[in-house]
Design a protein. Structure first.
Length: 302
């Protein structure tokens, strides 16, 4: 049974900052196999160790594109052992059910926060102590309290999908680097939107906190850590370029969790794009690691 997922394959990584240790599972897309939703106890048992599992997931159209999509999404979350899901495209479930995130929270016995966002949701078994908003399409956040009473901040984000840079390079292989980079701030608003998210974090004081800050979601653009000279020699439609969205995050002290654990982008590309969707409009898709989780290190920019 194929499971809906928007971008990519499952991957795991391990990173730490302060007290927090994360097993980050990006289940953003893919044609993976999953069991149907179980009918037993709806809650997910907490892990026995002190590891927190974070799921970054664009569920694609509220899980409506496959049969029993909501039930399959529920099964994935249960099977993943996630403590926290940073979800994108949590739209209305077809029929008489609510938004996907709200329905999942009810089934799991969890908490959720979607605010006035049409699709961004924070879904967690932890207590939500404080809630934050930004531009409804682009970010929602919350202060969470774990089982040991420790606070941390988490944000679910999504930025502009237009003029996907890998697709632009596919369609115009001779484009100059300067023109190609305009995919990020002229032909789309990804960089301005990312900078506004960072500015909101600064306004709220989140960049100055001594507690962990997680920002994860669908960035709709690769990372500069993946577009290197080595990867350009191995993978199609890559260049050695300073991609500005991920650089903006790095410059503010954010750590790319997957690349921290898997620093070699040739050996571990970490693609988060569904193998179910290999073409679009009869053109090859540009598989990239566009769904990422960042941790803010307060000491990195001091």
């Amino acid at each position: 049974m194929h499971l809906l997922r928007n971008h990519g394959i499952q991957y795991c990584c391990f990173a730490s900052t302060g007290w927090i240790a994360l097993l980050c599972v990006a289940l953003v897309a893919g044609g993976c196999t999953a069991s149907t939703a179980r009918s037993d106890d709806a809650s997910v048992a907490p892990p026995a160790d002190d590891t927190m599992r974070v799921l970054v997931w664009n569920v694609l159209h509220g899980a409506n594109d496959v049969v029993e999509g909501a039930e399959k999404a529920l099964a994935v979350i249960r099977d993943s052992g996630a403590d926290l899901v940073l979800m994108q495209e949590s739209y209305d479930i077809d029929g008489e059910r609510p938004l996907l995130g709200a329905w999942l929270a009810e089934q799991l016995g969890w908490n959720q926060w979607q605010a006035d966002s049409p699709h961004l949701c924070i879904l967690t078994r932890f207590d939500i102590a404080e809630r934050f908003t930004h531009e409804p399409w682009h970010a929602v956040g919350a202060r969470l309290v774990d089982d040991r009473g420790r606070d941390f901040i988490a944000w679910s984000i999504w930025i502009d999908y237009r003029d996907y840079i890998t697709g632009t390079l596919r369609d115009a292989p001779d484009i100059t680097d300067a023109d190609l980079l305009e995919s990020e701030f002229v032909r789309s608003q990804r960089l301005p939107q990312a900078k506004r998210i960072i500015a909101q974090l600064e306004t709220l004081g989140h960049l100055d906190l001594s507690i962990p800050l997680l920002v994860g979601g669908d960035w709709n653009t690769p990372s500069h850590l993946d577009w290197t000279l080595d990867t350009s020699r191995v993978y199609k439609r890559r260049r050695s370029l300073d991609l500005p969205v991920s650089l903006a995050m790095a410059e503010e002290g954010f750590i790319d969790t997957f690349r921290t654990v898997h620093p070699n982008p040739v050996q571990r590309p970490g693609i988060t794009w569904s193998p179910m969707y290999r073409t679009s409009d009869d053109k090859d898709q540009g598989f990239e690691r566009i769904d990422r989780l960042y941790i803010h290190d307060p000491d990195a920019v001091n």
